[in-house]
Design a protein around this ligand. Structure first.
Ligand code: C2E
Ligand code: CA
Ligand code: CA
Length: 576
């Protein structure tokens, strides 16, 4: 303590520990009055007369015990410097502790955010890489190719010409089919590697899907240098590969389009390169440069074609079967295989949506081979359950044009171990008329093997009676435009009747297509038609569904009481 005084209410010093009469505190000051009124007041101040440095002054009323009344004000001074120093030290310590804590927190947050950003960035980069690269070969993919090609083609318009090349492996499907998908994958990886290694540093390679690769060659001015480059690439690709202890050599077809001279946008350039590549596939040349003199580019069919090629590899095609019913007894004698494409985006596509593209691009051959193989496999399956149906497959004009077709069919029958009388082939009348001589030879070669040939869509084409007489066919199928008219149209009735008679007199079986009602079926039966097909009996559908509906051939004349066939199921969308 520095000083102690007791004052009366008038402010007079009654007691002072130093005996002085110090006036300092006025009795009028608010602090004094408050203390005189019974409160306690404290203040920090400086008063060198009391003591050097800061002081705490406390004013407190003094109450006499005896009376319980206030008698004066006690004025106590305490030294404050030491306390102030302590408070400051404590405060500083608190501030430092806080600052250090905050700094630590900040550091921690910074670390966390750095780490998170880094993993996010890494993740994004990984995702971007995945989005732009092909998982199997590690090469850039179609999207990347398109973007890179667009950039390069853009440079082309400002004086840096180049070329886009499509590369397609020949007979890759055979490798997949005979050695398995694992070997196929290995082959694709190796091809990717060889392509990358054999090109120049500025060139790029991408896998566009399946066995198709795309190259962007930014410095390509003349055909001869690109021919030299691609010849080298092709040779390096052809070097021997051993897969599953089978040694083979990869052949590939290259289609080349130059920018800006062939086209100034990627879409058109790809069409050009594609057209060139397919020209190469058809002929013997491995590297073909697009030549506008070769005719107009196929448009929409190109996309269909590319996808359909993949669809064959990925097994996206399916067969639905429509029964052929014997009108004499209502029994199913056989079924016709009708191909559909279970397109991953567009749903179940009908033949009309993709067959024209297949026929234009040469894909019809592998497609028909696929259909025959699948139809024979299914035939074997229902035969194993005791169902005796034959199977009919539609073949296109292109198939008949190919000299190898009859042998290919024989090979498929042998491969599947199925007797040739189980397979029927249907050829449209229009196809027969295209190149009558070649078609007749093909039909003869197939019929010689014991395969029954039917003329499809009969009545709308131009088969001459002479041709009809010399063709080795077993069946004519009356086109549904006439069949649907027999109920109301005299002419249609006359046409159908005369086709039935003509067919019979030439020894053919006659089938009516497109029977949609009981009355048409009855009329046809009366007219002596042998077989019929149509929605009235059943829509095309997967064979197990058909087999469930008709496990046993009918022995009665069912068309007169066709309860069994009464309500055709809508197992697929109507193709009308
Ligand atoms: P198509 O050979 O004349 O086959 C009969 C077509 O008529 C089928 O159409 C069938 O669904 C439809 N149809 C059957 N019954 C009726 C009926 O009562 N009313 C009506 N309005 N239509 C009926 P789809 O399946 O669309 O096939 C169309 C054509 O595509 C076929 O005509 C055939 O020429 C061709 N096609 C189908 N599958 C193949 C195939 O695997 N290879 C080839 N090359 N062509 C095929
Ligand atoms: Ca047909
Ligand atoms: Ca037909």
């Amino acid at each position: 303590m520095a000083r102690l005084r007791l004052r009366s209410f008038t402010g007079q010093v009654v007691f002072s520990d130093d005996g002085g009469q110090h006036k300092g505190l006025s009795s009028k000051s608010s602090a004094f009055r408050a203390a005189a009124g019974g409160g306690t007041r404290a203040a920090i101040l400086r008063d060198p007369r009391v003591a050097p440095g800061q002081l705490i002054r406390v004013l407190q009323p003094v109450v006499a015990n005896a009376s319980g009344r206030a008698t004066g004000v006690l004025e106590v001074y305490l030294p404050y410097d030491a306390i102030a120093a302590q408070v400051q030290t404590d405060m500083r310590r608190t501030v430092w502790t806080l600052a250090a804590g905050l700094a630590c927190l900040y550091l921690l947050l910074a670390l966390v955010s750095w780490y998170t950003t880094r993993s996010l960035r890494r993740h994004a980069a990984q995702r971007e890489h995945q989005a732009l690269h092909d998982g199997l070969t590690g090469l850039p993919n179609r999207e990347w190719f398109r973007a890179t090609a667009e950039k390069a083609v853009g440079q082309g318009s400002i004086g840096e010409p180049g070329a886009l090349v499509l590369v397609d492996l020949d007979r890759f499907k055979e490798v997949n089919d005979t050695l398995g998908h694992h070997a196929g994958d290995q082959l694709l990886r190796l091809v990717g590697h060889r392509l990358t290694e054999s090109l120049r540093t500025d060139d790029s390679v991408a896998r566009l899907g399946g066995d198709e690769f795309g190259l962007v060659l930014p410095q390509a001015t003349d055909q001869s240098s690109i021919l030299a480059l691609l010849t080298r690439v092709r040779e390096e690709l052809a070097a021997e590969i051993v897969l599953d202890s089978t040694s083979l050599s990869v052949e590939a077809s290259f289609g080349v389009a130059f920018y800006p001279q062939d086209a100034d946008n990627v879409e058109e350039l790809l069409k050009c390169a594609d057209a060139a590549m397919y020209q190469g596939k058809r002929g013997a040349a491995g590297i073909v440069f697009y030549d506008s003199a070769d005719g107009p580019l196929p448009t929409h069919s190109l996309t269909v074609h590319r996808e359909l090629k993949l669809a064959l590899e990925r097994d996206e095609l399916v067969l639905h079967y429509q029964p052929k019913v014997d009108l004499a007894n209502g029994a199913i004698t056989g079924v016709e295989a009708l191909v559909r494409w279970a397109h991953p985006q567009r749903g179940l596509l009908t033949p009309a949506e993709f067959l024209p593209a297949a026929e234009q691009s040469g894909l019809i051959e592998p497609l028909t081979a696929w259909v025959i193989r699948r139809a024979l496999r299914d035939q074997a399956r229902w035969a194993a359950t005791g169902i005796p149906w034959t199977v009919a497959v539609n073949v296109s004009a292109h198939n008949l044009e190919s000299a190898a077709f009859p042998d290919a069919v024989a090979a498929l029958l042998a491969e599947m171990g199925i007797s040739s009388d189980r397979l029927h082939l249907e050829v449209t009348e229009t196809a027969l008329a295209l190149d009558a001589k070649i078609a007749a030879q093909a039909v003869a070669a197939l019929a010689e093997q014991g395969i029954a040939i039917a003329i499809d869509d009969f009545g709308i084409g131009y088969t001459s009676l002479f041709q009809l007489r010399s063709l080795a066919v077993a069946e004519v199928k009356i086109d549904r435009v006439f069949v649907s008219g027999v109920e109301h149209n005299d002419h249609d009735r006359a046409i159908v009747r005369s086709i039935i008679d003509l067919g019979h007199s030439l020894g053919f079986l006659v089938t009516a297509e497109g029977v949609e009602s009981r009355s048409v079926a009855d009329w046809l039966t009366g007219a002596g038609c042998d077989h019929a097909q149509g929605y009235y009996f059943a829509r095309p559908q997967p064979w197990p569904d058909l087999a469930q509906r008709d496990p046993t051939p009918r022995d009665a004349f069912q068309t007169l009481h066709p309860t069994h066939w009464a309500a055709p199921e809508r197992s697929e969308r109507s193709s009308t």
